[in-house]
Each structure stands twice: as structure tokens, then as C-alpha cells.
Write a protein that binds this ligand. Structure first.
Ligand SMILES: [Zn+2]
Length: 237
């Protein structure tokens, strides 16, 4: 990820051989142990971006605490609702037709399976859109920790990271994945966390607004005085 080369044999150093806390690296080929120079690290710094707070985001800034919050829904969820409802009308219409005629006994097994499948997909679409329309994301920064909280149903996705674990944040782009697979026309943005040690991972997932992701990345780095280093896989601005 960091694109570091051995000063002795010029081999590209694997991420797992770079200690970001001590800023030391080991060459896996010739065994040379070397420190990442401040000059090297500074070439990986990105310029500050002039980003404004997204219009749909609330921002509370206090001395010891900063809180960002916004609703998770995107315009896609609003579009999805009528589509999902229309989708549900198909099997419902079919059932009503059958009942009117001769009752449930006329369903064949195939028909029952098809109707159930249609109903399940429709219900899944409605529930996932409704959930996103209801969900509020809240990010709380204190000098001890960073928390990402989803309410009202967010126990699984919520997370808290100690400040001392945070090395770097970066924003990456992907395509939105739906139940029919990734769609190549809707992009989404996630803010990733690089830790000093342990698992790196996604901090905030699937934002539809690129500027919101970049704004969050920059604000969090500013609050914690983290220099904005370049990271492979991040989006170019
Ligand atoms: Zn080497």
C-alpha cells in the first residue's frame, strides 16, 4: 500500500514488513532494516482540500468533541420504494385472482414457489429501503476514541476505535451492489481506516456523495492532527 523500496536492494517492501508506529521497515529479500525518512513520508502527503460541509449533514463542534450526523438514505431509496411496491402488486394480484376463481388449492407447486419468491424479493426491497430511509449515522470524535453509530437499528454496524489505533484514513470508490449484483452505473464511496496494528477496515460504508466522504476523511484527520498521506486504492481528487 505504501510503495516503499529497500535502500539496499531496491525491492518493493510488502506492507506487512512496514511498522507504521515505529516508521521502520524490513526488507524481506536482503534483511536490511531501515527507517522511513520524514522526507519520504512527506512526499506522501496530499494537499488540503477546500471542502464545504454537505448540506444534509449536521455538525456540532465543541472543544473536546465533534459530532457529525446525517441520514443514510439516498435518492435511490426514494426511487426504490414505488418500484418495490409495484413489484409486490404482481404476486398479490396473482393470489387475489386465484382466490376469486377457485381458492388456494388451484396453486401448483411451481406457482407457489414463484409467488413466494416474488413476495420475498419485494419485501426485501421495501425493508432495505425503509431501513435506509430511517437510519441516522452519527460519528463522534473525542480525543480518546472515534465512534460510528447507526440508529435506530445499528448494533451490528456501529463501531468504536481508540484514537491510538488510528494511523490514516482514506476514501475509496466502488460500485453499488444490489440484490442483482454490482451495478456499473451507481458509484459509492467508503472511508477506510488504516490502523497502526491489526485489521484495517471500513469506517463508513457506501456513501453516495463523494464530497461527503472526503469531507469526513479530512475533518477526522484534522481533529486528530493526522497528516493526510497518500494511500494506494484511494480516489484521485
Ligand atoms: Zn533489500
Amino acid at each position: 500500500m505504501m510503495n516503499v523500496k529497500c535502500p539496499n536492494c531496491n525491492k518493493k517492501i510488502d506492507d506487512s514488513f512496514i511498522n507504521l508506529r515505529s516508521l521502520l521497515a524490513d526488507c524481506q529479500r536482503c534483511g536490511t532494516n531501515f527507517s522511513l525518512s520524514p522526507a519520504f513520508i512527506s512526499t506522501y502527503h496530499k494537499p488540503h482540500l477546500d471542502l464545504k460541509k454537505p448540506f444534509d449533514m449536521e455538525l456540532e463542534k465543541q472543544k473536546e468533541k465533534v459530532v457529525f450526523s446525517w441520514r443514510e438514505s439516498s435518492c435511490l431509496d426514494w426511487i426504490m420504494m414505488p418500484i418495490a411496491i409495484a413489484w409486490l402488486l404482481f404476486p398479490l394480484g396473482f393470489i387475489i385472482q386465484q382466490i376469486d376463481a377457485e381458492g388456494f388449492s388451484t396453486f401448483t407447486v411451481t406457482e407457489l414457489l414463484m409467488v413466494s419468491l416474488f413476495l420475498l424479493i419485494g419485501l426485501f426491497l421495501i425493508c432495505s429501503s425503509l431501513l435506509r430511509l430511517m437510519t441516522t449515522i452519527r460519528i463522534e470524535l473525542t480525543h480518546d476514541s472515534l465512534s460510528v453509530l447507526y440508529s435506530p437499528f445499528g448494533i451490528v454496524r456501529s463501531q468504536t476505535v481508540p484514537r491510538s489505533d488510528i494511523f490514516q484514513l482514506y476514501t475509496s470508490e466502488s460500485y453499488r451492489t444490489g440484490f442483482i449484483g454490482p451495478s456499473s452505473f451507481v458509484k459509492q464511496y467508503s472511508v477506510y481506516l488504516l490502523r497502526f496494528e491489526g485489521e484495517n477496515g471500513r469506517l463508513i460504508s457506501n456513501l453516495s456523495d463523494k464530497k461527503k466522504a472526503l469531507f469526513l476523511e479530512q475533518e477526522i484527520e484534522n481533529f486528530y492532527n493526522i497528516p493526510n498521506r497518500r494511500v494506494q486504492d484511494e480516489i484521485e481528487v
